[in-house]
Write a protein that binds this ligand. Structure first.
Ligand SMILES: C[S@@+](CC[C@H](N)C(=O)[O-])C[C@H]1O[C@@H](n2cnc3c(N)ncnc32)[C@H](O)[C@@H]1O
Length: 233
């Protein structure tokens, strides 16, 4: 990819991204499904907030899928890595009608503040932690904590360093979901040179995770690509 192509590509990506559109789903299909899919008014307001303030949220199509998983698995104890403005947090809470305990971590204080406000307006309570997730994961492991569901939506190039620990924090029968594993489709085809290192790490994560015993892995091409890990009972 030439520098000019790379620049054009990035500009067109950001245009889509700040409209909460994926790059792996054709825009007309995403617009159609987004109109079709019912969701709480507050979630729509958060989508608008993310678009106007250019903050990344879980893409709405992936959020609907996350809600379906929540309604079918009914996790009680949930860990979220990458709170952002709390869009995915509230998607899970609405799906479970608040009948769960969510611990959510982010190292961006401004986003935590916005998330806290939205969560308060929704009338739910969440254990929101402002810290680097690596510290919190280490602390949770040392306490012997375990979770029914773990949702990871942080830095994709760090997934490989997080993976073993996340699996250790999962209860048998639990489920972990990693967002952005297809990274705009770059893991499958050409990518701008500036992403070479993160794509290498992401690909390494995806090939390692498949070889672990006692888990089932699936990639679902929705949003920016979700990796689902189910730990055997
Ligand atoms: C894509 S955003 C999360 C969006 C959020 N799930 C939502 O739907 O609103 C990724 C977030 O991960 C956070 N993050 C990235 N690496 C982190 C780390 N090592 N520890 C804590 N937070 C991290 C960033 O600050 C950012 O807010």
């Amino acid at each position: 990819m030439s520098i000019r192509d790379e620049k054009n590509h990035e500009t067109s990506y950001l245009k889509e991204r700040w409209q909460n559109r994926s790059e792996i789903i054709p825009p007309d299909i995403e617009d159609f499904t987004s109109k079709f899919n019912e969701r709480e008014h507050l979630l729509k307001e958060m989508e608008q907030y993310a678009s106007e303030n250019k903050v990344p949220i879980l893409l709405p199509s992936a959020a609907r899928f996350l809600q379906i998983i929540c309604r079918s698995k009914k996790p009680v104890n949930i860990l979220e890595i990458g709170t952002g403005i709390g869009y995915s947090t509230l998607s899970m809470l609405f799906a479970l009608e608040g009948k769960c305990h969510v611990t959510s971590v982010d190292f961006n204080i401004e986003r935590i503040k916005v998330a806290r406000e939205f969560i308060k307006r929704a009338g739910f309570s969440v254990n929101l932690i402002f810290d680097d997730s690596f510290n919190i994961v280490r602390e949770l492991l040392s306490k012997g904590a375990t979770f029914d569901m773990i949702f990871v939506d942080s830095m994709k190039s760090e997934y490989i360093f997080m993976n073993y620990k996340i699996q250790a924090l999962l209860k048998p029968g639990g489920i972990a979901i990693f967002d952005n594993v297809l990274f705009r489709g770059y893991v499958c085809n050409n990518h701008p040179p500036k992403y070479r290192k993160s794509i290498k790490l992401l690909k390494m994560f995806l090939s390692h995770v498949k070889t672990y015993p006692g888990i089932t892995t699936s990639i679902i091409p929705i949003g920016d690509g979700l990796l689902i890990i189910e730990k055997q009972d």
